[in-house]
Design a protein around this ligand. Structure first.
Ligand code: 5CA
Ligand code: ZN
Length: 401
């Protein structure tokens, strides 16, 4: 298996960490694209003999969740619980394999308190409106800071301000220093932070502390959408080094899905929800095929044409199975090889198109239709002989008759 633009080959044992949702408005097609990317990665790694331990967090306490809860008059815990439930049922409908460890920030507060206490370079900034001081981590003492994004300082400043950072906060040593513990403010949820004082976790330390506890340090592969490159992944990598984990992760980022000309996002409100598509009768396999038609690292705009094309594809593939189209043996190999090369899903689908249209080469004695059906089921998560919600192709026996 080769991953990323540099085609890195992962080791036999892979600790995979994927940044999970902030549960206030789940699950739009941008989320689907990101989690489908790492679902495909997991499937392909396992098919190539890697042993993968997969951890995903859920940011069930953070500013955007609290803001949405306040705006809608819903308790923040109820909002988080309902959106997590919706996300999990969406993932199940889409046959996205669940992580081995699915861990919330709230249940990890003790891990965060412990981690902040062990970090080499932290300092306090007094806040007039708080019950104690906020705690920041220093970026300047870390010589590898910047290696995840490779962004110039100016771009870092811009993105930091846009994505939850506070470059203007007086009293910070460096404008880019990230908050690791926010002191308690009136009306905000808080936990007893022991030596840190009452408060709640910062965002980036959450993922570092969860990765440390559930994966034993820096993940082998760390993933999310490309909007997490900076500051989130830059800062969580910094925190892990601060905690003594010198290993470097391979960062893989999924491209951004846009809709009607803008990034699909909860804050812009231009969302296409996975649950709405499925409720309207669209087969989840069609949603998968529509996403898989684009390479994971590329940004793309979602459109109804994607759905139409994918609907036709699913129909063609199922007809081809029914008609026992020749060339399935070699097509199974090609699909496997395309995916092994940095998850080239568009190329895998072209190979399937060629087979479905009767254009696949075929080897003498190499035509095993069950092999292709199993490969598509296992690696692309699309069952070509069952119903839309079948969790595995349980009806391979049908092909034997
Ligand atoms: N809880 C944090 C990560 S620790 C968070 O970013 N949550 S989120 O709900 O905003 O996003 C969840 C995941 O979906 C992230 O990996 C994010 O990069 C990805 N994502 C969000 N919007 C899009 C989009 N439009 N296209 C592709 N991926 C997206
Ligand atoms: Zn994260």
């Amino acid at each position: 298996m080769r991953c990323g633009p540099e085609r890195v080959t992962p080791p036999e044992n892979v600790a995979l960490y994927v940044c999970g949702i902030t549960p206030y408005d789940a699950t739009h097609l941008g989320h689907v694209a990101t989690y489908l990317t790492f679902d495909t990665l997991l499937r392909v790694l396992r098919a190539n003999g890697h042993r993968v331990t997969y951890t995903q967090n859920v940011t069930d306490i953070d500013d955007p969740l609290l803001e949405r809860a306040a705006k809608t008059g819903v308790d923040w815990r109820d909002l988080a619980t309902s959106q997590i439930d919706l996300f999990r049922s969406d993932m199940e409908n889409l046959r996205i394999i669940a992580p081995d460890h699915y861990v919330g920030a709230v249940e990890s507060v003790d891990l965060v308190v412990n981690a902040v206490g062990r970090m080499r370079d932290t300092y306090r900034v007094e806040a007039d409106d708080a019950d104690g001081a906020d705690i920041y981590a220093g970026v300047q003492s870390d010589r590898d800071f910047g290696e995840v994004s490779g962004y110039p300082r100016e771009q870092m400043h811009e993105l930091f301000a846009e994505r939850g950072g506070d470059p203007q906060r007086p009293g910070k040593r460096d404008p880019l220093d990230p908050l690791v513990w926010r002191a308690h403010r009136e009306g905000e949820p808080h936990w007893d932070g022991g030596p840190l004082g009452p408060g709640r976790p910062g965002w980036h330390i959450e993922c570092a502390a969860i990765a440390e506890r559930y994966l034993g340090g820096a993940p082998t592969i760390c993933g999310g959408g490309s909007d997490l490159i900076f500051p989130h992944h830059e800062m969580s990598a910094l925190h892990l080094r601060e905690l003594g984990h010198e290993g470097h992760s391979l960062f893989l980022h999924a491209g951004m899905i846009g809709y009607e000309g803008e990034k699909m996002s909860k804050s812009l409100g231009n969302l296409v929800l996975a649950s709405k598509l499925v409720e309207s009768g669209i087969d989840p396999r069609v949603v998968r095929l529509a996403m898989l038609d684009h390479h994971y690292a590329e940004d793309h705009q979602w459109s109804d044409a994607d759905l139409e094309r994918a609907t036709q594809r699913l129909r063609d593939y199922r007809d081809a199975v029914r008609e026992r189209r020749p060339g399935s043996g070699i097509t199974a190999l090609v699909v496997h090889d395309c995916l092994t090369d940095d998850l080239d899903t568009p190329a895998a689908l072209w190979a399937l198109d060629a087979w479905a249209h009767g254009d696949a080469p075929h080897l003498d004695g190499g035509d095993d239709l069950a092999d292709l059906v199993t490969t598509v089921d296992a690696l692309l998560g699309v069952c070509l002989i069952g119903g839309p919600f079948d969790s595995t192709c349980g009806c391979l026996a049908d092909l034997e008759s």
